[in-house]
Design a protein around this ligand. Structure first.
Ligand code: SAM
Length: 290
């Protein structure tokens, strides 16, 4: 079965991009959902798409084949942190628009062997970039209790039980699989069934953010983004948890080279959430280069 990633807030993103032509940098091209929408709805557009996930790029290549053949899309296995270099090699000093769609793709979640999902039994992996050596297994089985507790508290925003969860993890080592981790969390977390989200959500989020250096990478890219945009160019960022959203919000608010176009973040409609539950926590913020 082909895995389809339904892009989130795609109409809303296009609304902000509709009067832009030229080079679009898709920092997180994933399975090419947003890129496909841009290429089909914005005639004079070229997309440079980056992703660190080789499997995602293969699927994007298939989905975007007609645009690849027409020379309108170029895909690279690269972190968006290195976007400036990739663009320089293509002869671009500036781009007209930037899109970041943070978070995990449906493909990453659905493939048990990637280890991202608490609903599927797989190895503790969670790497978006398989070239890197740090995995979820290493964090779960070798970080000390203090560091585990810190990431669960900070990245998982699990304010109440971070210490207790870290203690349970350390006591139950070795933990080999996502299912075993969920079983440990089930014992560690009191009142787990009264939670709005699955009780493992926060801890899985924390480990994933740590494995992939998600917040550090976002900050590193944002610092380069205003210079990369031509005046009048726009940057749109879809985030999926409050830590990312806070970083984007503060950056857009305090960066003199950018004007915020979204005072409040744009969120998906009820009907989008009904069709695509992954959209539930998405927030879109957009800014323009002055
Ligand atoms: N917009 C895409 C679509 O419509 O198909 C989905 C993007 S998905 C939510 C996020 C993607 O970002 C994943 O494929 C992930 O591998 C990628 N990613 C994560 N960190 C990255 C980084 N530092 N550089 C480039 N891509 C990254």
């Amino acid at each position: 079965m082909d895995i389809v990633h339904v892009p989130v807030l795609v109409k809303e993103v296009l609304e902000f991009f509709k009067n832009i032509e030229g080079v679009f940098l898709d920092c997180t091209v994933g399975l090419g959902g947003h890129a496909e929408a841009i290429l089909s709805k914005i005639p004079n557009s070229v997309v440079v798409g980056l992703d660190v996930d080789e499997e995602a790029l293969d699927l994007a290549k298939k989905r975007l084949e007609r645009f690849v053949l027409a020379g309108r899309v170029k895909l690279f296995k690269s972190s968006y942190v290195d976007a400036v270099e990739v663009l320089k090699n293509l002869g671009f000093d500036h781009v007209d628009a930037i899109l970041m769609d943070l978070g995990v793709s449906s493909m990453q979640l659905e493939k048990a062997e990637r280890g991202f999902s608490f609903n599927r039994d797989g190895p503790l992996d969670m790497r978006m970039d398989k070239r890197q050596s740090l995995t979820a297994y290493e964090i779960v089985n070798s970080w000390d209790e203090e560091d585990l507790s810190r990431i669960i508290f900070e990245y998982g925003e699990e304010k109440r039980y971070a210490r207790r969860i870290a203690r349970f993890i350390v006591r139950n080592r070795p933990i080999q699989t996502t299912k075993q981790l969920v079983e440990v969390l089930a014992r560690a977390i009191p009142n787990k069934h009264s939670r709005k989200r699955h009780f493992a959500t926060r801890v899985f989020q924390a480990i994933r953010i740590a494995v992939n250096f998600e917040l550090e990478n976002l900050k590193k890219f944002l610092a380069q983004a205003p210079e990369l945009l031509r005046p009048g160019g726009r940057i749109a960022i879809v985030s999926f948890h409050s830590l990312e959203d806070r970083i984007v919000k503060e950056f857009f608010r305090n960066e003199p080279k950018l004007k915020q176009l979204t005072k409040r973040p744009i969120t998906p409609s009820e009907s989008e959430i009904a069709l695509n539950p992954r959209a539930r926590s998405a927030k879109l913020r957009v800014a323009e280069r002055v």
